[in-house]
Design a protein around this ligand. Structure first.
Ligand code: ATP
Length: 356
């Protein structure tokens, strides 16, 4: 087991795309760390550079207390699971799991014993003689995981390992993977473009944009206090309401309404300055009557979220969303009011969170 540290890591591809721009990141030993961000932000490049499958253009990769920047992938003592699992179709489950041990010249009996031990742990013991083509997607994924576990690497790197699974299996695999990582205590870096997955599984996460890390934190920190408007708009199953506003003494003028200054920005704003006011739909209370500090408008859209509804209000010329409990959802076209929770609303200045 080992910590992973990246210092000023830069990757420029031939042709000039700067996929990683001087990244600094420290992942402590045993942590389950998620890399999250939109397509093309550099997640896979980062993972492959940690693995040594891409050469860094600048900066350093340190695993444990060893600088491995110039070390070949095989010498880095890490194991990676790819999106497509990369199982060998002509080998059975035992040989697939034992393959890295064969490369390491472990004897056949020991290899098979280890493959069975790890396979059993992942519920594959009845399938050890099958080939990948005879397994379901979820089973193939477990074989890929078993192969990684059998290597007893210092760190695991997963590149969207759940992306080939259907929605239900994906949820199961998510819980399973988290439990497994806890038990093994191996430092794991996990790439996903699915923010629900990152929020659910990670101890901490980094949100990336165009080769930069825009925020590092626990899922709760990133969800409740996005450091900038990029993260605020990216994280959350329903995006945060981000509304232009102006400071007017101890209140904010937002979409023609007056709302109180959020707790987190108290005493930090300048009268008359332009800001962006942020509140998650989950932290807006919906009512049919105006309330103090509410944003009032007409109900334009009502979307069913299952046990709740997402109500979109037209407030002047902007849209404001609120999550409304089942049974309380309004009719289209009626007047509606959203009252932001003062202890959960946020203020952004020049795109960055204003907070002490
Ligand atoms: N081999 C390559 N040569 C040139 N440019 C590349 C290469 N691989 C990736 N890129 C570019 O580098 C940037 C980062 O790509 P990367 O695959 O790391 O993104 P990602 O966040 O993993 O995206 P996705 O979620 O779509 O997989 C992109 O602009 C991509 O087009």
């Amino acid at each position: 087991m080992a910590a992973i540290e990246l210092r000023g890591l830069t990757k420029v591809y031939p042709g000039g795309v700067k996929a990683l721009d001087s990244l600094d990141l420290a992942i402590p030993d045993g942590e389950f760390f998620a890399l999250l961000g939109p397509s093309g932000c550099g997640k896979t490049t980062l993972l492959r550079t940690i693995a040594g499958l891409e050469t860094a253009t600048g900066g350093a990769v340190v695993i444990g207390d060893r600088d491995v920047t110039g070390v070949q992938p095989g010498g880095r003592d890490i194991a990676m699971v790819f999106q497509d699992y990369a199982l060998f179709p002509h080998m059975d489950v035992t040989d697939n799991i034992a393959y890295p041990l064969r490369i390491k010249k472990v004897g056949k009996a020991d290899r098979q014993r280890k493959a069975l031990e790890v396979g059993t742990r992942l519920g594959l013991d009845q399938l050890m003689d099958r080939r990948p083509g005879q397994l379901s997607g979820g089973q193939q994924q477990r074989v890929a995981l078993a192969r990684v576990m059998a290597t007893q690497a210092k760190a695991f790197l997963f590149d969207e390992p759940l992306s080939n699974l259907d929605a239900r299996l994906r949820l199961e695999a998510r819980t399973f993977l988290k439990k497994l990582q806890r038990e093994l205590g191996v430092t794991t870096v996990f790439v996903t473009h699915d923010q629900a997955e990152a929020l659910a599984m990670a101890d901490r996460m980094a949100v990336m944009e165009a080769g930069h890390i825009r925020q590092i934190g626990t899922p709760a920190e990133v969800f409740q206090r996005p450091a900038n408007t990029f993260v605020a708009g990216f994280i959350g199953s329903t995006p945060m309401n981000l509304l232009d506003g102006t400071v007017r003494g101890d209140t904010l003028e937002v979409a023609g309404c007056k709302v109180p200054v959020p707790v987190s920005a108290e005493g930090l704003l300048v009268d008359g300055e332009r800001i962006v006011y942020g509140v998650r739909p989950e932290y807006n209370t919906y009512s049919a009557e105006p309330a103090e500090g509410s944003l009032g408008g007409k109900v334009a859209i009502v979307e069913n979220l299952g046990a709740s509804h997402l109500v979109t209000l037209e407030v002047g010329d902007v849209l404001v969303q609120a999550v409304v409990p089942e049974g309380d959802e309004p009719e289209l076209g009626v007047d509606g009011f959203a009252t932001p929770r003062r202890d959960r609303a946020l203020v952004y200045r020049d795109g960055e969170l204003v907070s002490a």
